[in-house]
Design a protein around this ligand. Structure first.
Ligand code: CDP
Length: 205
């Protein structure tokens, strides 16, 4: 069987944590598609052209160094507006989605563009303030020198760029189930996601 779960949503809404835990719970493979854009963004910070960077990206690069910095997040959202960059990353994501045993992909356009026929689509969201606070604590724990205000500005800027771009803008698919995690602990959000997937998942796929 190849069951595909698409989990989209804005920055720091909790989709990464939920996706990872859902994959572990059901035994599915997990792809954080944000890492693809982050790896391309990092290459542009090193001076490479974004389209060339996307076309020559290797899976190994996703494992190298820390891609989850604020600087790379900004660079990622800038390369993500370029249609040729997005196009270069489509095949890899679609092949991953068809993995035997099931796959969870999280990003911005999984339910709308990459896997419009996904078996289950979730759109995970939360208020910008709650998301910024979560991301601030994450970055602070890693020793990054950032302020709450900087992180909130970063989150808002990326939200605007991600939802206003013309190539695959971030939005919930018409058939996505909305999961607002503003007032939920991570455990509660995960329990909800699992409950939703259990309901939709074919019992004998
Ligand atoms: O973890 P966080 O939600 O902050 O970001 P991410 O998922 O790692 O994505 C980083 C950036 O990549 C986003 O701000 C988007 O601009 C871009 N992205 C995208 O355009 N499409 C995706 N499927 C995933 C990420």
């Amino acid at each position: 069987m190849s069951l595909t779960v698409a989990i989209d949503g804005p920055a720091a809404a909790g989709k990464g944590t939920i996706s990872k835990a859902v994959a572990a719970h059901f035994g599915f493979s997990h792809l954080d598609t944000g890492l693809l854009y982050r790896a391309v963004g990092r290459r542009t910070l090193q001076g490479l052209n974004p389209v060339e960077a996307a076309q020559t990206l290797t899976a190994e690069e996703l494992e190298q160094g820390d891609l989850r910095t604020a600087e790379i997040a900004q660079a990622a959202s800038k390369v993500a507006v370029v249609p040729e960059v997005r196009a270069a990353l489509v095949d890899f994501q679609r092949a991953f989605a068809r993995r035997a045993g099931g796959a969870v992909l999280d990003g911005r356009d999984i339910g709308t563009v990459i896997c419009p026929n996904a078996d289950i689509k979730l759109f995970v969201t939360a208020s910008a303030e709650v998301r910024a606070e979560r991301r601030f604590l994450e970055l602070e724990a890693k020793g990054a020198e950032v302020t709450r205000d900087q992180v909130l500005t970063d989150v808002r800027e990326r939200d605007a760029r991600d939802s206003e771009r013309s190539a695959a803008p971030m939005k919930a698919a018409d058939d996505a189930i909305l999961l607002d995690t503003s007032d939920l602990s991570i455990e509660a959000a995960l329990a909800k996601a699992i409950e939703i997937i259990e309901k939709v998942r074919p019992t004998n796929p």
